[in-house]
Design a protein around this ligand. Structure first.
Ligand code: GLY
Ligand code: MN
Ligand code: MN
Length: 489
């Protein structure tokens, strides 16, 4: 499978090959940036720790492993419990892998020699280390590094910190934790063409899986059966992991932004007349997709459902047209809000000037989340807030995961939504500043309606964005797709 060292092909897939140059290009970009910094001395090494194999305390069977994201970006190494080093001056790359004992051969199969991994991962050296990790120290000492640059930094979405590399004996080296996280995060913000190729593929396959869900949905199915259709399709195309907890929320559940969690595991029986919001994305080679389609379970929109669908679809298109170099993402969020408010006003649910509604943050009543985020090796990819940028405290805006000005080859989701969430409806009616724009009788009719989100992934371009998966985004197109290839009911 790996005889051609420039290609990667996931098990079971003949669909897409990834160029392993992806990682040497990333390492080259990193070294170039680091060499320009006056505070990185000659002889510096980047030192990363990969993800660990985990199991439950009560079991010796391993959880399905997925590589730590910065490690994947730099090395593409698939095995757990590895370390990676890069000599900044030369760009030479070294992988340290755990040595396997005889037991491993019986349970996990025959280990490969270092040359196999050198070829497979296109690195200059591979070394195996025993439990004491002395080999890592020995190899590094032979290179006489001036400093080891470690990855320490806060994720601006989760607030969690990366764990700087640790191994026995690391204290013998000079360590610096203040440079690497910033530099790698800035690089991950802009995707290379090789990375865009993988993300495009991930999204194309996920988009096809969404179409299968639409074609096979019918009343009295459980939400989880739609999730199953998605999982089956993407696995058959070599996608083993989903990129996040899948959401298949029907009826009122479509207004629960992150439905599908452990407490509500997509377990409702869908009824005739329901909408179902499917926000499901898979990963390929650790690169995410993130797509949402909302459609009527019975294949036919009601008039009210069409109104909200058209509002969200118009917002989606408006933002896509603005997903070009130089535009500010915060303004794109506001364009989505304005578009949705305008449609609701034209329908008669709202009254007054949209500019005035924006002044009292009425958009956040209907779309309480951000209009999109970076996507890459993480579904909510890193770097949405550059150093020094602050988070708004305003409804909707405070949930934005990205506040950057757009640059070429940023990859972003565009995911406007319009939801009828009791709590937010009650709050708006109790707020005189917002209530004055609301036609209460029409507004109240939408309690229990649920919500609609339409989410696509695009690469930012100079003149236009590239849309990775073409999905039906008008009621007519959705109905036509659902009517095609529909199984017997
Ligand atoms: N599925 C998570 C999101 O859309 O951001
Ligand atoms: Mn999503
Ligand atoms: Mn998303």
């Amino acid at each position: 499978m790996f005889s051609d060292r420039t290609k990667y092909s996931a098990a079971g897939s003949s669909a897409f090959n990834v160029s392993l140059e992806l990682h040497s290009i990333n390492r080259g970009r990193l070294c170039e940036r680091l060499r320009k910094r006056h505070d990185v001395p000659e002889g510096a090494f980047v030192m990363l720790e990969g993800g660990k194999e985990e199991s439950r305390y009560s079991s010796d069977t391993e959880d399905l492993f997925r590589q730590e994201s910065y490690m994947h970006w730099a090395f593409g190494v698939q095995e757990p419990d590895c370390y990676g080093a890069i000599e900044v001056d030369s760009g030479r790359a070294i992988i340290f892998m755990p040595e396997r004992d005889e037991n491993y051969i019986i349970w996990m199969g025959k280990p490969y020699p270092p040359e196999h991994f050198e070829r497979r991962y296109d690195v200059q050296e591979v070394h195996f280390f025993k439990e004491d990790e002395a080999k890592i120290v020995e190899v590094l000492k032979s290179k006489d590094p001036s400093v080891l640059l470690r990855l320490k930094g806060k994720n601006t979405d989760s607030g969690k910190f990366t764990k700087p590399v640790e191994f026995n004996g690391i204290k013998q080296f000079d360590l610096n934790d203040n440079i690497l996280h910033h530099e790698m995060t800035e690089l991950r913000v802009i995707k290379t063409d090789k990375e865009v190729d993988v993300i495009r593929h991930a999204c194309c396959v996920a988009g096809e899986a969404h179409k299968k869900m639409m074609q096979q949905a019918r009343p009295r199915m459980y939400e989880l059966q739609l999730e199953g259709i998605f999982r089956g399709y993407v696995a058959s195309r070599g996608h083993r992991h989903l990129a996040y907890t899948p959401i298949a929320g029907s009826g009122p559940n479509s207004a629960i932004l992150h439905y599908g969690h452990a407490g509500s595991p997509n377990n409702r029986k869908m009824e005739d007349g329901d909408l179902v919001l499917c926000d499901i994305g898979s990963e390929y080679y650790c690169y995410a997709s993130d797509i949402t389609c909302t459609f009527p379970v019975n294949g036919k929109f009601t008039d009210e459902q069409k109104v909200i669908f058209n509002a969200v679809s118009a917002a989606n298109l408006a933002v896509r047209q603005r997903a070009i170099v130089g535009n500010k993402w915060v303004e794109n969020h506001q364009v989505a809000e304005r578009t949705i408010l305008t449609h609701l006003r034209d329908y008669g649910m709202l009254k007054g000037e949209v500019d005035d509604m924006m002044q009292v943050y009425l958009g956040g009543v209907f779309m309480p989340h951000g209009v999109g985020h970076f996507l890459g090796i993480d579904v909510h990819d890193v770097g949405g807030y550059p150093e020094g940028a602050s988070r708004s405290d305003k409804p909707g805006l405070r949930c934005l995961r990205c506040v950057r000005t757009l640059e070429e080859n940023m990859v972003v989701t565009i995911e406007p939504g319009c939801y009828f969430i009791d709590k937010l409806m009650d709050d708006a009616l109790a707020n005189p500043e917002q209530r004055k724009f609301i036609n209460v009788e029409v507004f109240e009719k939408f309690r229990g309606f649920g919500g609609i989100r339409l989410e696509d992934v695009v690469a930012v371009g100079r003149d236009c964005a590239e849309l990775f998966a073409l999905l039906p985004r008008t009621p007519k197109d959705v109905e036509e797709l659902m009517a095609s290839d529909k199984p017997e009911q």
